[in-house]
Design a protein around this ligand. Structure first.
Ligand SMILES: C[S@@+](CC[C@H](N)C(=O)[O-])C[C@H]1O[C@@H](n2cnc3c(N)ncnc32)[C@H](O)[C@@H]1O
Length: 331
């Protein structure tokens, strides 16, 4: 099922993005100074480039991602994001020129159709399709029951479902926002003008973006020999266990131990984000990687911590350290 998409009209041969609101202690800035967040980032201060409202989306991680890139002391040629979802990190890296180009991979057919539509030069078509759609519960149900064959129509249905489902969840069983969030009904997260503008803007970076409808693990392996490549790795994982992951994504069952082994072989730099769990911490220690805890707010405004993992985490020394595991002594 290997599918490679690289047919944007202006594309040169390629070398190779939740609603969270809370407070933050230090201020967001796009300048050169280091942004340290000991409390969750207020995501409204980060430019939202993705048309998705993605479960597990990393908009809140953008300021930390910028710090990481700066800490590398050079402009990497290529960013690889093997579990792309809403793709906010790749999109930010391209718009802010932190990298020359980006490769995003994703297995979900609907999400893939959206990114393929963008790289194939149909972002403006999507913008028009969004502006022309007159949303009501009736038109929504009718539209989502149509069986679409054309890639860009599948893309439109995906964005429509994503923006009208609880938590943006596309996996089977997710419910429509019939009562809406904030009491605004099914359209409470459907902002046609904003979404159309995002697609139009995506057209500006489409020729620097490559999308692969493939297994992200294979993509890591493919690029692992290149020292000019950096990886942002955000695998499907929910500390509550496999069932929880299953509710969020259509593809969720990956071999985490194998993922860590693949990271062992990466010649360039990588950054991994995971839910804070003992299972993950044990793998980090086993592979000799380093980790830090970073605070974030989830969709229910509950503050929790996530793990940030890499080979060298000195650039995050101001963040909370991960405590050593309890040592049990034989008596
Ligand atoms: C935690 S989400 C990524 C969220 C993303 N960082 C964002 O900001 O929107 C993980 C994504 O990995 C995708 N996925 C799961 N297994 C995959 C695989 N083997 N290869 C590629 N993508 C996969 C899921 O469909 C989901 O979109």
């Amino acid at each position: 099922m290997t599918k490679r998409t690289n047919t944007h009209p202006t594309k040169k041969a390629s070398k190779g993005h939740s609603n969270m609101c809370s407070h933050q202690l230090s201020l967001f800035s796009t300048g050169d100074s280091k942004e340290i967040h000991r409390r969750p980032v207020n995501v409204s201060s980060v430019p939202q480039r993705s048309p998705f409202r993605y479960p597990g989306g990393k908009t809140w991680f953008v300021p930390t991602f910028r710090n990481w890139i700066r800490s590398l002391g050079m402009k990497p040629q290529l960013l690889v994001e093997p579990f792309a979802g809403g793709g906010i990190i790749s999109l930010t890296a391209l718009f802010e020129n932190h990298v020359d180009s980006a490769v995003m991979a994703e297995l979900d057919d609907g999400v893939a159709a959206v990114w393929e539509t963008v790289v194939n030069g149909n972002a403006k078509w999507m913008a028009n399709r969004i502006m022309e759609f007159d949303l009501s519960i009736e038109t929504l149900v009718r539209e989502l029951s149509e069986s679409a064959n054309e890639q860009r129509e599948i893309a439109f249905q995906t964005i429509l479902k994503n923006r009208t489902s609880h938590g943006g969840i596309l996996a089977k069983g997710s419910g429509l926002l019939k009562n809406g969030e904030n009491g605004k009904g099914v359209g409470s997260r459907w902002y046609p003008k904003t979404l159309a503008r995002r697609f139009i803007e995506l057209d500006f970076i489409a020729d620097r973006l490559e999308f692969l409808h493939e297994d992200g693990m294979e993509i890591i392996r493919r690029y692992s020999n290149r020292d000019d490549v950096i990886f942002f790795i955000d695998p499907p994982y929910t500390a509550g266990g496999k069932k929880a992951g299953k509710r969020l994504y259509r593809h969720w069952d990956i071999n985490h131990e194998k993922l860590f082994s693949l990271c062992d072989d990466i010649k360039g730099q990588f950054l991994i984000t995971y839910d804070d769990s003992e299972e993950v911490k044990a793998m980090v220690r086993e592979h000799g990687f380093q980790m830090r805890l970073i605070p974030m707010s989830n969709t229910h405004n509950v503050t929790k911590e996530e793990l940030v993992i890499s080979r060298n985490m000195a650039w995050m020394d101001d963040y909370q350290e991960v405590h050593k595991p309890c040592v049990k002594y034989n008596q």
